[in-house]
Write a protein that binds this ligand. Structure first.
Ligand code: FAD
Ligand code: NAI
Length: 481
């Protein structure tokens, strides 16, 4: 460790570690301070690698294989013996993937010459040209480091609600829900957001009866209405009991069970569960990050205030990822980290916030990019839409995945593509086609004129853009052109 660096990054999640690596590539002497201890070991990778994106996807994959083996192989003419699950083995597999990836990040930092400082970073002074950061090692040793630039990348933590306080055993947050030693018989989930749907799906597939409470009157209000409707239908059919317009008003552990009280349009109800997951959103995490008088401005919601280039109110201090405005997504944090570093290096990097993809990794996946039909109308576009059901897509049917829909949203006057939305097999990958098209300001016609390989699920994108002008071939078109 040195006492002075060009750049100090506080936080070694996807935003922070990518920023640190990019800075080192550009020749800046760089330190990355990360305080996380995961399963007894100091760990890089932040929420995403340790308790977020990666472990949740590992369990989603294991639980999907279990469900598919039990319920889908038969129709392929494949017979199996008794199919069982060993949840502890699934958890071990998840943990070993996490370990491998976080060790990989440590190797990348080392290989690029970034100093990983294991402990807490606190911005003492961000106003002077020489910034001061206090580094407190895990053994309590304090050192003051100076830096020309600082990137704050401290991430986020789950929001806690007073009506359902987590106890780490019966009432847990998303981190606890990645560690159940067996599938709870009855599982309650507060919040039908991304975590509720993903982790609710994991445990349902592994045998839990899952009830998901959602306070909002609409299911998945952030998604395009047609996609949310179709996704809701599919998830309910799978057995997720999603209750919209249902506010949880209390949760109490009584005799080893969780008694949940809800308010459903003025009516009070109670239900009992073995475990309850609280996943009602996340909040920026700045405890221990900012010393009094360091000069950083926060927003009313406790986020670090930044402009479009992630600059804070202080020259030379940037903030990125879940700590700042915008969606709390790993890829958004990563791109912001790269942008901040390249700006520091004098380049004109910019994140296009209009093309950040959302994916919910249920089965099938739900994904979108760009404007929903409702948003496009609200922005004054004269809208045309096209859609295509995967029930008419040969490849999806051949895979036993002929459910879901792709929808495109476009401007009727200019023909410009505005959004692509999908619930269906591989949606999280297919949606990237929409992102690339939006980045290149494609028209619907541009996409209509392209040749999509047959048989692929991507052909449904082609059919959806054709249908925007009444030209889809594998669907009866009301308007013909
Ligand atoms: P973080 O990943 O939170 O990293 C910040 C790091 O900073 C932490 O490790 C913390 O220990 C450290 N830190 C904080 N303060 C200090 C300090 N003062 N000193 C030193 N270190 C400090 N996003 C997706 O895009 N795709 C997904 O599939 C996905 N799945 C998710 C699943 C779950 C269950 C959860 C909870 C989240 C998921 N997310 C997903 C969100 C994603 O994890 C976050 O958006 C992403 O991790 C944000 O990156 P970040 O670098 O801003 O912060
Ligand atoms: P979320 O914001 O996605 O959903 C929270 C839901 O809880 C909302 O629908 C909200 O209306 C509901 N809610 C709030 N209070 C409630 C109450 N008292 N009773 C009932 N419902 C209530 O938040 P979530 O699922 O906790 O995820 C946090 C963030 O983590 C996400 O916003 C996302 O940014 C990130 N994430 C991303 C993933 C991905 O990209 N696949 C996966 C998991 C998390």
């Amino acid at each position: 460790m040195k006492n002075s660096y060009d750049l100090v990054v506080i936080g070694g999640g996807p935003g922070g570690y990518e920023a640190a690596i990019r800075a080192a590539q550009l020749g800046l002497s760089t330190a990355c301070i990360e305080k996380r201890i995961h399963k007894g070991e100091p760990a890089l990778g932040g929420t995403c690698l340790n308790v977020g994106c990666i472990p949740s996807k590992a369990l989603l994959d294991s639980s999907h294989r279990y469900e598919a083996t039990r319920h889908e192989l038969g129709e392929h003419g494949i017979t199996t013996g008794d199919v069982g699950i060993d949840v502890s083995k699934m958890l071990e597999r998840k943990d070993s993937i996490v370990k491998g990836l976080t060790a990989g990040v440590a190797g990348l930092l080392k290989g690029n010459g970034v100093d990983w400082l294991q402990g807490t970073g606190t911005l003492l002074d961000g106003k002077s040209a020489e910034k001061q950061v206090k580094f407190t090692a895990h053994d309590g040793t304090e050192t003051t480091i100076t830096a020309k630039y600082v990137i704050l990348a401290a991430g986020s933590v789950p929001i806690e609600i007073p009506v359902a306080k987590t106890d780490g055993e019966f009432i847990v947050d998303s981190t606890g829900a990645l560690e159940f030693s067996e599938a709870p018989k009855r599982l309650g989930v507060i919040g039908a957001g991304v975590i509720g749907l993903e982790l609710g799906s994991v445990w349902r597939r592994l045998g839990s009866e899952v009830v998901v409470y959602e306070a909002m009157p609409e299911f998945l209000a952030v998604a395009d209405k047609d996609i949310a409707k179709e996704a809701g239908k599919l998830l309910k059919k799978q057995g997720l009991d999603i209750r919209v317009d249902t506010k949880v008003t209390g949760a109490e552990v009584v005799g080893g069970e969780v008694v949940v009280t809800t308010d459903v349009k003025g009516e009070t109800k109670t239900e009992t569960f073995d475990k309850l997951i609280v996943c009602v959103g996340r909040r920026a995490y700045s405890e221990g990050l900012l010393a009094d008088g360091c000069g950083i401005e926060l927003t009313e919601r406790g986020l670090v205030a930044v402009d479009d280039q992630c600059k804070t109110n202080l020259d030379g201090v940037y903030a990125i990822g879940d700590l700042v405005r915008g969606p709390m997504l790993a890829h958004k944090a990563m791109e912001e980290g790269m942008m901040a570093v390249e700006r520091i290096h004098g380049e004109k990097a910019q994140v296009n916030y209009d093309t950040i993809i959302s994916v919910i990794y249920t089965h099938p996946e739900i994904a979108w990019v760009g404007l929903t039909e409702e948003q496009a109308k609200a922005r004054g576009h004269e809208v045309k839409t096209g859609s295509f059901n995967l029930s008419a897509n040969g490849r999806a049917l051949a895979q036993g995945e002929g459910v879901g829909v792709i929808k495109v949203v476009a401007d009727a006057k200019t023909d410009r593509l505005l959004g692509l939305h999908m619930v269906g097999v591989g949606a999280g990958d297919i949606v990237h086609q929409g992102m690339i098209a939006l980045e290149f300001v494609s028209s619907v016609e541009d996409l209509q004129l392209m040749t999509f390989a047959h048989p692929t699920v991507s052909e449904a994108v082609h059919e959806a853009v054709l249908s925007a002008d009444g030209r889809a071939i594998h669907a009866i078109q009301r308007k013909k052109r």
